[in-house]
Ligand binder design. Structure first.
Ligand SMILES: Nc1ncnc2c1ncn2[C@@H]1O[C@H](COP(=O)(O)OP(=O)(O)OP(=O)(O)O)[C@@H](O)[C@H]1O
Length: 321
């Protein structure tokens, strides 16, 4: 009867006096990736823990794959996988042993468990390291093992709580590819991340949690469309034109003398474009090329929450670009 993979309605949770979730409504379609964004302490982990049945909500309801998380936690647990800040990975066990343990916990039969473990080792590029203790693994390898452990029992929905925090760009991209493979196979993904680039790369749907409420919910394109922050980048033909352009446009511009470029805010309307070009023409500033840049998810996040995403996000976005 329930066609959403996740359905959350008027969900509330407080720790003592501190109300963290103040009435959350959210739905996620099966086989899609939702990225839940929010500043530190917004309540993302609290929401994941409620959906994973690790924490009871105070009010409202949440259904995961049709099952009520409070009334039927066992059914929910049988269908989901979770990886995150407190991974189940045991450093003293080898990669193969860690996977085998999870396969046994998921009640796969002996033969199926053995086959599935080998399949996951192969798929997650851990064959060579399979018999070494996980303690000897690099950060990227541990994260791949963690993800493989989440998936070994063939969950239909997975929660990834900051799955690539602390990883280098290459390992991050590998994790993204592995997540995409799962989505292609029909797994629903509920992702929390501080990296807006990650949401942009992976998510079909982005929800922003701030002040205990969902302040935006839509595709990345829809959210970018709503936010201010688009830019027009104009490259002038000479330093003289650059100076004229700066005088004509005024102070609200970024100018780069090395590349002879000025950047101005731009909302995408043709009338605004002709206005700027007319102004420069009258000022005798000759434009060689122009480029428009839509708002980034960073702009969206800033417009919605009043502060930037984590400083780390900036570095990652630059490294990945
Ligand atoms: N068990 C707890 N008891 C009291 N307060 C808590 C508890 N767990 C979380 N909080 C508080 O609730 C708020 C939300 O925490 P939560 O971990 O859900 O946020 P988050 O969005 O996941 O943050 P982060 O990105 O830093 O992990 C924070 O202010 C946190 O300090």
């Amino acid at each position: 009867m329930n066609h959403h993979a996740i359905e959350i309605s008027r969900l509330r949770k407080a720790y003592g006096e501190h109300e963290v979730l103040k009435g959350i409504d959210l739905t996620v379609s099966p086989g899609s990736v939702l990225a839940l964004l929010g500043p530190n302490g917004a309540g993302k982990t609290t929401m994941v823990n409620i959906l994973c049945t690790l924490l009871r909500p105070d009010d409202g309801s949440a259904h995961v794959l049709g099952h009520d998380v409070v009334a039927n936690p066992e059914q929910v647990r049988a269908l989901i996988g979770m990886t995150g800040q407190f991974s189940a990975l045991d450093d003293l066990f080898t990669g193969r042993e860690n996977l085998r343990l999870m396969a046994d916990l998921a009640h796969l039969g002996r033969r199926e468990a053995a086959a599935r473990v080998e399949q996951m080792l192969d798929r997650f590029d851990l064959v060579e390291a399979a018999d070494r203790p996980a303690a000897t693994y690099s950060g990227g390898m541990k994260r791949r093992l963690d993800l493989a452990m989440t998936l070994v029992g063939r969950p239909r929905l997975i929660f990834l709580d900051e799955p690539t925090t602390g990883l280098d760009p290459r390992s991050r991209r590998t994790v993204w590819e592995l997540v995409r493979d799962q989505v292609d196979e029909g797994v629903t993904v509920f992702l929390t991340t501080q990296y807006l680039e990650e949401a942009d790369q992976l998510a079909d749907q982005v929800a922003v949690l701030d002040g205990g409420r969902i302040v935006a919910d839509g595709t990345t394109a829809q959210l970018k469309h709503r936010a201010p922050g688009g830019r027009l980048e104009l490259r002038l033909d000479s330093e003289r034109s650059l100076r004229r352009a700066m005088t004509a446009i005024g102070e609200a511009v970024h100018a780069d003398e090395a590349t002879l470029t000025v950047t101005v805010p731009f909302d995408g309307r043709p009338a605004e474009l002709s206005g700027v070009l007319g102004l420069l023409d009258r000022a005798g500033a000759v434009v060689e090329t122009l480029d428009t840049r839509p708002p980034t998810l960073d702009d969206v996040f800033f417009a919605l929450t009043g502060h930037a995403a984590s400083p780390a996000d900036q570095t990652v976005a630059e490294e990945v670009a």
